[in-house]
Design a protein around this ligand. Structure first.
Ligand code: G3D
Ligand code: MG
Length: 184
């Protein structure tokens, strides 16, 4: 019998090219691969996280290539304990922020009220001071935090799969939440 008491499926969703695969790779192997080969359909990585000495087995699912996949949606989301919704902070990819509402509704339709963490990825591409302080930016921290609160999102992290900023912290925050939900 396995000594792993806990196993969680986590779906990582968001528009194509926001960095879902790169974030999973950064978290599970602590590397960044510039030119990985994308495959069609969905893929998952298995990862063992240890929280205060307790081993937690994670199955991290993401979509590769075709992000509009209505027919596969049920299979992809089935059995998920938590979700990470990702958009890109790169100014020319602002559309990916406006689209998170769609990803949130997919998660809620398929999984009900599971914990959701929001990642604003590619933080390395933007002027950190500008986005955190200037309310002119649609993706400034104040605006995104407000959006997160209004949509029942547990927490928001600015991340970079390239530098590693916020990645481990963000994933671990979700895992802790799932663990608490499962034990209390
Ligand atoms: P996806 O799985 O959501 O489709 P990918 O996204 O992980 O494939 O990433 C899409 C592109 O964005 C890749 O570039 C990848 O290298 C880049 N990328 C992912 N995360 C970051 C990040 O945090 N910072 C920066 N600067 N780039 C990132 P290519 O050029 O291979 O398309
Ligand atoms: Mg991908």
């Amino acid at each position: 019998m396995s000594d792993k008491a806990f196993g969680f499926k986590i779906v990582v969703v968001g528009d194509a090219a926001v960095g879902k695969t790169s974030l999973i790779k950064r978290y599970t192997t602590n590397t960044f691969e510039k030119d990985y080969i994308s495959t069609l359909g969905m893929q998952f990585s298995r990862y063992e996280e240890t929280l205060s000495g307790i081993m937690v087995e994670l199955f991290l699912w993401d979509l590769a290539g075709q992000e509009s996949f209505a027919t596969l949606r049920d299979r992809f989301y089935k059995g998920s304990s938590g979700a990470i919704v990702v958009f890109s902070l790169a100014p020319e990819e602002i559309e990916t922020y406006r689209n998170i509402i769609k990803w949130l509704s997919h998660v809620k339709d398929a999984c009900g009220n599971i914990p959701i963490i929001l990642f604003g990825n590619k933080a390395d591409l933007v002027d950190q001071n500008a986005i955190s302080t200037s309310p002119d930016y649609e993706t400034s921290d104040v605006h995104v935090q407000k959006f997160a609160q209004d949509h029942n999102i547990s927490e928001y992290f600015r991340t970079s799969a390239l530098t590693g900023q916020g990645v481990k912290e963000g994933f671990q925050t979700l895992v802790k939440k799932l663990y608490h939900r499962a034990t209390f």
